[in-house]
Design a protein around this ligand. Structure first.
Ligand SMILES: C[S@@+](CC[C@H](N)C(=O)[O-])C[C@H]1O[C@@H](n2cnc3c(N)ncnc32)[C@H](O)[C@@H]1O
Length: 359
């Protein structure tokens, strides 16, 4: 994650709730700007245990069973709601159409608490699901609740973390507070490479020793005119095991990792396979933590498959931080406008007072 300077911690005084909290990627990102978490919900007991160890807060369980009135008031609602395919395009009635989905739970909490900002994340496929109708219902539902809604697909690869991970981010501003939302998503072209985050011979980076390894070519990194290596900033596949299906492809550490996933299969399940120091191996949990921007102090489960699952389900903290910077810009520009309006109003009032004395 990015170190945020004291002067930039501009969310001090903001309270947030962390829904579908997992191991707390949103928590780290918002806290880094000074915001305070007042409630978290996570149904998975093992993820909750990791959350507690790192954030010193026990998440409440199943959000569908929690009455919105029992949730503390807050300024920001955030959550990477689960990405299982859901179709809510049926009757196009917005909010009511979402009943039975986990987005409905987000909507009913927003409807009750009216937070200033809603900040959501989901898989890229949400934008294409049911020809875009599912996403439209999500956007329209927020819009109908008086929110100005923005969304964009961003790739972690562009934000200084060497992982190819495309996700859709949704940011919505309550128009009662932010009448003029000039929000734009961040643009970044920061390069990075897997070599920078690798551990030296990690005991938990499973080595694959098989007879059916096949390399396509000897990949040679390109150099620019100054002789520096041109980082490709994307995964570079150099070989395969077995038939080269999912989890069976081998990548070069000058490039990026594939998308970490909670459920992927194959010998390289959840992380992919990489040729590192002449050996073919999976990524260790610590390497996965780094690929999602988690701090070095982060405590993960002892079970390697469980740790891989939790990082695969999580979110890229650095990308969230870039977005939060832009959210702060919108908050500040609205405050400036409000202050300008107030002082214009005050000037007008004084002028009227002066004019009325002339009469
Ligand atoms: C995509 S993950 C989000 C991970 C999180 N953003 C993080 O940083 O780790 C979705 C999470 O929602 C949780 N979840 C699913 N159904 C839930 C429910 N009904 N109530 C609370 N949490 C739920 C899952 O266990 C999973 O951890």
């Amino acid at each position: 994650m990015i170190e945020i300077e004291e002067a930039d911690k501009k969310l001090k005084g903001f309270k947030f709730i962390d829904l579908f909290a997992g191991i707390g990627g949103f928590h780290y990102a918002l806290k880094s700007f000074g915001a305070e978490c007042v409630f978290a919900s996570e149904i998975d007991k093992k993820a909750s245990a990791t959350y507690y160890l790192n954030h010193n807060m026990i998440p409440q369980g199943d959000i569908t069973k929690i009455d919105e009135k029992d949730i503390p008031s807050h300024d920001i609602l955030c959550g990477g709601f689960p990405c299982q395919a859901f179709s809510i395009s049926g009757k196009q009635k917005g909010f009511e159409d979402t009943r039975g989905t986990l987005f409905f739970d987000i909507a009913r909490i927003v409807n009750h608490h009216r937070p200033r900002i809603v900040f959501l994340e989901n898989v890229k496929n949400l934008t294409r699901h049911d020809s875009g109708k599912t996403l439209n219902v999500v956007l329209n539902t927020l819009n109908d609740m008086n929110y100005d809604v923005h969304y964009k697909v961003l790739n972690t690869s562009k934000f200084g973390l060497p992982q190819n991970r495309e996700r859709v981010y949704i940011v919505a501003f309550n128009k009662t507070y932010y009448s003029n939302s000039d929000f734009v998503f961040p643009v970044s072209n920061r390069t990075s490479c897997l070599n920078d985050i690798l551990e030296k011979d990690p005991v938990d980076g499973k080595i694959i020793d098989r007879d059916d390894v096949q390399f396509y070519k000897n990949y040679t990194p390109q150099r620019n005119i100054f002789g520096e290596i041109d980082l490709p900033n994307k995964p570079i596949q150099i070989g395969k095991v077995n038939k080269g299906g999912q989890g069976e492809r081998i990548y070069h550490p000058i490039g990026h990792s594939i998308t970490l996933s909670a459920y992927g299969g194959g010998v390289g399940a959840k992380t992919g396979l990489y040729k590192i120091d002449g050996k073919i191996r999976k990524l260790s949990p610590r390497e996965c933590a780094r690929l999602q921007g988690y701090p070095e102090t982060f405590i993960f489960p002892k079970s390697i498959p469980e740790a891989h699952k939790q990082f695969g389900n999580s979110v890229s903290i650095n990308v969230l931080q870039y977005i939060i910077k832009e959210i702060i810009n919108t908050v500040e520009s609205n405050e400036q406008r409000t202050n300008a309006r107030l002082s214009n109003g005050e000037e007008w009032f004084q002028k009227r007072k002066r004019d009325s004395f002339k009469v």
